[in-house]
Design a protein around this ligand. Structure first.
Ligand SMILES: [Zn+2]
Length: 291
């Protein structure tokens, strides 16, 4: 978009994200003035021009706080697209360091950064991509308790991790806080994506995997086609932006499955498990939420 078109987009008052999230404050001051700079209009102009996105959508992204768990093959495109799109604050959680074997698919990281922590590498890359975005690095293995503390500080979580135990912990923390969760996974030439609203009554990730015991299938043992994680991660980023801005219809209650060998997609309905120990109304009414 050139500056002439940018100037046609008028700044106006819209609900402030912080006030939207705090009804008590909203009673006092429900609106904040939006005044995007010419540079911001140029940077984000292509998405501002989208129907149902506009300046309101851009402001919602700027006010949004997102947690990305895992900075590998899925986390790479998720972090880059959310930063490039202008999400205001991104919390990046990963305890690992970059290995040569990561670089085939983890495009957030460079050959020069082998041995760096993934969070340090990501911070440098994302700051170059969009210096307007606030990046908070969490360079440690998140415990159940610390995960709940971080999740309570954000508006949305994107699960890009590679193990079942962490996925269950993220799911439990998101439902405890009522925070939407975008989940993705990829291995060999197969991928899946879904999203959960975080609302009581589900469904949630635990409904999808009722057993607490699940054998992890790792890319190191099974292999993975590099662009597959890019496809799945890009859809996760798309869903995150949709949920944060109210654009389109989220993948709530639907599970997308991709077989990249045939490039066949399937969309399955995902129903809440009435016996789910995390999201069922019985669980919500109990004293605690099981992971
Ligand atoms: Zn559930």
């Amino acid at each position: 978009m050139d500056i002439t078109n940018a100037e046609r987009i008028e700044s106006r008052e819209i609900p402030c994200q912080d006030h939207r999230l705090n009804p008590d404050q909203a009673m006092i001051d429900t609106r904040c003035v939006v005044d995007l700079s010419d540079e911001q209009l140029l940077r984000y102009g292509r998405q501002i021009l989208l129907p149902d996105f506009g300046i309101e959508g851009q402001e919602r992204l700027a006010a949004a706080r997102v947690l990305i768990v895992g900075l590998g093959g899925l986390g790479s495109p998720v972090a880059m697209y959310l930063a490039a799109a202008g999400v205001g604050r991104i919390h990046l959680a990963d305890f690992d360091r970059i290995d040569l074997s990561n670089l085939q698919r983890q495009i957030l990281h460079d050959t020069d950064h082998i041995g760096w922590t993934k969070t340090a590498s990501a911070c440098q890359r994302l700051a170059r991509l969009n210096p307007e975005v606030e990046i908070i690095a969490i360079q440690s293995r998140l415990s159940t308790e610390s995960l709940r503390v971080v999740v309570a500080q954000v508006d949305l979580v994107v699960d890009c991790c590679d193990n079942f135990a962490t996925r269950l912990a993220i799911n439990g923390a998101c439902f405890a806080a009522g925070v939407p969760l975008v989940s993705g996974a990829a291995i060999r030439m197969e991928g899946q994506i879904t999203a959960f609203s975080g609302s009581s009554g589900g469904p949630c990730y635990r409904c999808l995997h009722p057993s607490e015991v699940h054998e992890d299938r790792t890319c190191s043992a099974n292999g993975v086609l590099a662009p597959l994680v890019g496809i799945i991660g890009s859809i996760q980023a798309t869903e995150a932006i949709k949920i944060l801005t109210g654009l389109g219809t989220p993948l709530y209650g639907r599970l997308l499955l991709l077989d990249a060998a045939t490039m066949d997609w399937r969309s399955l309905s995902l129903n809440a498990d009435p016996e789910c120990p995390v999201c069922s109304r019985e669980a919500s009414g109990s004293s605690g939420t099981s992971l």
